[in-house]
Design a protein around this ligand. Structure first.
Ligand code: PLP
Length: 291
């Protein structure tokens, strides 16, 4: 049902492995310290969406963490091998292609790199239709931290997602399905696994706004692709700083990511948000058009 391919110098197209068998040294620092980087991409209609953007971000994340990884060509070959194996085994309408890099057991060792392909979770697909309730949670850093403290690796997609997952569980225990992080100085940041988008309608003007990258958030490939498409359809584009009031006053708020796509937010901290049906339909079409 799921496929696994390791990037291995002895196998130019990648080495297929059994995803259900133990594969990693237990001392790999990706395992023991969450020291590594990753990407999650959507595979649908026989194609991996936005592969170029994901490979570019993987390279930047790796460089930020001083990890040396194989070149783009090697990743593409391993991805081809993995999706071919996945499809040969029955495939799925939507699948998640994950690229993972773990620092080796010692810093001198080569990083361990692999690709998995597995069916996309049903929950994300459902939430695209139903929308979600979200809590605003303090991430605990101020909005200027990224520049001041590069060792925090803000803006890199590292394997250290325990805090992000804990925030999601906290939301679920309190009756919501997702989270929007704010900085300690009250600026809107991002979701634990998604980028925030908001829309404003002003007469004939449609405006799409997302938090600014300088706050230390991950540069979202979905946000970027939706922005490119929206610009062609006459939307004005804007970048934060955004405050919670901006979300409450918007004509629509969405969480977007490669796997979840465009998910409308119904409430924040139990307060209902507006969702302009026309703007939502337009953005859904733009999101579906991403290749
Ligand atoms: N922000 C965070 C923290 C994420 O983990 C993700 C995706 O997993 C995103 C934003 C959205 O990024 P993308 O649209 O490239 O999937």
């Amino acid at each position: 049902m799921s496929s696994l391919v390791f990037l291995d110098p002895a196998y130019p197209a990648g080495r297929l492995a059994d995803i259900n068998a133990p594969q990693l040294p237990v001392t790999a620092q990706g395992v023991t310290r969450g020291d590594g980087v990753f990407e999650s991409m959507l595979y649908t209609n026989q194609a991996v969406r936005k592969m170029e953007a994901h490979l570019a971000r993987l390279a930047i994340s790796a460089e930020t963490c001083d990890l040396v990884i194989p070149d783009e060509h090697r990743w593409r070959s391993a991805i081809d091998t993995a999706v071919a194996d996945f499809d040969a085994d029955g495939g799925a309408e939507e699948a998640v292609v994950k690229l993972v890099v773990s620092r080796g057991s010692t810093d001198a060792e080569q990083a361990l790199c692999w690709v998995t392909v597995s069916p996309a979770p049903q929950l994300g697909k459902d939430q695209r239709e139903t929308g979600i309730d979200v809590l605003l949670l303090d991430r605990g850093y101020d909005s200027k931290i990224a520049e001041r403290a590069p060792w925090l690796l803000m803006g890199a997609k590292t394997l250290s997602y325990a805090v992000n997952m804990a925030a999601l569980r906290f939301a679920q225990k309190h009756g919501a399905q997702d989270v929007i992080f704010t900085s300690s100085d009250g600026v809107v940041l991002e979701g634990p696994t998604s980028t925030v988008l908001l829309a404003q309608r002003d007469g004939d003007t449609k405006r799409l706004i997302t938090p600014m990258l300088e706050t230390g958030i991950l540069p979202g490939t979905t946000q970027s692709a939706i922005f490119d498409a929206a610009e062609q359809y006459g939307w004005e584009l804007g970048y934060g700083p955004l405050r919670p009031e901006d979300l409450y006053n918007a004509d629509g708020v969405w969480l977007v990511s490669s796997v979840r796509l465009l998910t409308p937010v119904h409430t924040i901290d139990a307060k209902p948000l507006r969702l302009d049906a026309e703007l939502h339909a337009e953005l859904s079409d733009l999101s579906d058009s991403i290749r």
